[in-house]
Design a protein around this ligand. Structure first.
Ligand code: PLP
Length: 610
């Protein structure tokens, strides 16, 4: 049985049993059963499932591992984590993170006015808030309001101008002043496709000269006692430990030096995010090469060592990991609409006197067996190429060409089944030429934009039939009419799917680890919207589907683009009313059709389109 690398990327969150992917907790429900349940209530198209227990598990693991490491090294500083809202701001996620984080005092990190307002509205009362990113006067005032609301808030300064605004603002408000953090510009940077936030040329952070100047400014304005934190963030999805250690050494020494310069209330180092998630489905392409336990040990040990050497107190450790916390919790499930070869059946063969080469294809099709399958497969593909050339030269007709396509596809199907237990290598070598295209009811641009933008791989697998060997090398096509909306077959990390007869069976693909960044980065390309979503609470005897939220309607998306939707309706109505091809009752019928389309989402969704 092929397990689609679930042992690599699955984090023990799933088990495979009776051919189905099941959640590895309590009642162990199968994903496919949850999906069918939701579809029964009329929600078709792609579905985004959220599992709060997988959020809780990640929060718990960070707190537990840091606690273990701090105990082990007798570390005196505290530990505190915050969730960076930019990673997922959807309400069903945010409300859960706040609820599940309450017992840890898990906080929120905001990077814009909108995110800060969300944090102020939802954060647990005693949990910290940190604010990063560029800030204007208004945003700084908002930070003061959070402090006035008695939140434990730290404004992290990205540049000296922001500090000057804080100083001015402190003089004109009501006495409560937020804590101040300084973002340090490290010369260390991360690696990989996301490593743009660190390094000496980074977009963010203060240079050594600016740090010294900041301390002087704070001191002069009697605000030095508010300076409590230094912050850095070397990039997302840091897959190796050395850059983390390098950044820690640098930041740890800056911390100690700033304390020596008189920053007596400086007590925290904020490591930002960067903890990596394993997305690989293939043992040979594993990306993350450290464990959380190794990471926590390194952080705690290094900071302790530096504090000891420099004779300062061990700093409290703050972390703002987002991807690590959120990626696992969401799974996108999308129905397969069509197999490209599905239209090639024996019934499609047209009876006529066939040219000799096509007759030979017939013979190959009739006599193919286990022993000759590979040879016949090669022959049929050669024949097809000759026949297509004959067509181009005008020697055979369209019906001949159609018979060629049908026969070759039938031969491929038979060969693949005959060969499925052996010749894996040979089969793989021709898979690129005979792959199956699966048309899937979702948009890559909306649901896994990092695949399009960054070539980030996301684990894909069917939700059932896992006790049958998948035989078709697959390329996945989404329903946008953009040729980039495709996950092509890649012989280096081949995806095999099942040969299903969709007139008899449903077939669903799960796209995993989509809980971080994908939702809010998702684009409305072709005007496809965020899919229908639901939160699934697993219980002892089953599961509860809560907050089932239908995807936005076509009307909603027109509104998002600032169309006047009344005008759209009016234009359509006038054109229908004025059509002299239609009788009155027909017009009424069509007007109703249009109305219901406008109020529905744009995914393909009637019965035969699943
Ligand atoms: C993006 C970001 C994070 C989160 O990074 P992850 O790689 O998702 O953990 C944390 N802190 C800051 C300042 C960020 O910009």
């Amino acid at each position: 049985m092929l397990n689609y690398g679930i042992n690599i990327w699955g984090n023990q969150n799933y088990i495979l049993e009776n051919g189905k992917v099941k959640l590895n907790i309590l009642s162990k429900p199968a994903l496919i059963n949850i999906v069918e349940d939701i579809r029964k209530s009329g929600h078709t198209g792609p579905l985004l499932l959220r599992f709060p227990h997988l959020i809780e598990k990640q929060i718990e693991s960070i707190y537990n591992q840091f606690k273990r490491a701090r105990d082990e090294f007798k570390y005196k500083g505290k530990f505190q984590a915050l969730f960076p809202l930019k990673v997922n701001q959807y309400p069903q996620f945010v409300k859960n993170i706040v609820k599940l984080g309450n017992k840890y005092n898990y906080g929120l990190e905001a990077g814009s006015k909108a995110e800060l307002l969300l944090a102020m509205a939802y954060n647990n009362p005693n949990a910290p808030i940190t604010v990063n990113g560029f800030k204007d006067k208004e945003m700084i005032a908002l930070g003061f309001i959070a402090a006035e609301m008695s939140y434990d808030i730290t404004l992290t300064i990205e540049g000296l101008n922001e500090l000057k605004t804080i100083i001015e603002t402190s003089k004109s408000r009501f006495g409560s002043i937020p804590n101040i953090g300084l973002r340090v510009r490290l010369h260390s940077s991360g690696i990989g496709i996301w490593a743009k936030s660190g390094g000496i040329n980074s977009k963010f952070g203060l240079t050594s000269t600016e740090l010294i100047k900041a301390i002087k400014l704070l001191e002069k304005n009697n605000l030095l006692d508010k300076f409590s934190m230094i912050h850095f963030h070397i990039g997302s999805q840091i897959t190796e430990i050395p850059p983390v250690k390098k950044a820690l050494r640098e930041a740890g020494n800056i911390y100690a030096e700033l304390k020596k310069l008189g920053a007596k209330n400086l007590n925290s180092i904020n490591l930002g995010g960067g903890l990596a998630v394993e997305y690989s489905q293939d043992e040979s392409r594993v990306a993350r090469n450290y464990t959380l336990s190794e990471y926590t040990n390194d952080v705690v040990y290094l900071l302790k060592e530096i504090a000891l050497k420099k004779g300062v107190d061990e700093p409290d450790i703050f972390i703002e990991s987002g991807r690590y916390i959120a990626a696992h919790h969401a799974v996108l499930v999308a129905p397969v609409l069509e197999l490209f070869s599905g239209e090639y059946t024996e019934e499609k063969l047209i009876e006529k006197t066939n040219p000799p080469l096509i007759q030979e294809l017939y013979d190959l099709y009739e006599t193919i067996n286990k022993a000759n399958a590979l040879e016949f497969l090669h022959d049929s593909i050669d024949h097809m190429e000759s026949l297509l050339t004959l067509f181009d030269l005008g020697y055979i007709d369209l019906q001949d060409r159609s018979n060629t396509e049908v026969l070759v596809n039938l031969i491929i199907k038979k060969a693949v089944i005959l060969l499925k237990d052996k010749h894996y290598k040979e089969l793989l070598s021709i898979q690129e030429r005979v792959q199956e295209r699966y048309l899937v009811n979702f948009s890559i641009f909306q649901s896994i934009p990092d695949l399009w933008g960054l070539e980030q791989h996301f684990p894909v697998m069917p939700l059932d039939k896992l006790d049958e060997k998948p035989t078709r090398s697959a390329s996945i096509w989404d329903i946008t009419c953009d040729s980039d909306g495709e996950i092509g077959f890649n012989p280096q990390k081949p995806l095999f799917l099942h040969d299903v007869d969709l007139s008899k069976d449903d077939y669903f693909l799960g796209f995993f680890l989509v809980g971080a960044y994908q939702e809010v980065l998702g684009m409305k390309h072709n005007l496809f919207t965020h899919p229908t979503e639901a939160t699934i609470q697993i219980t002892k005897d089953g599961y509860d589907i809560i907050n089932l939220t239908e995807a936005q309607s076509i009307c909603d998306i027109f509104e998002d683009l600032d169309y006047d939707t009344k005008e759209i309706s009016k234009n359509l109505n006038i054109k229908i009313e004025h059509s002299n091809l239609l009788k009155n009752n027909e017009k009424e019928y069509i007007l109703n059709e249009i109305k219901s389309l406008l109020n529905d989402n744009g995914y393909l969704k009637n019965e035969e389109y699943r």
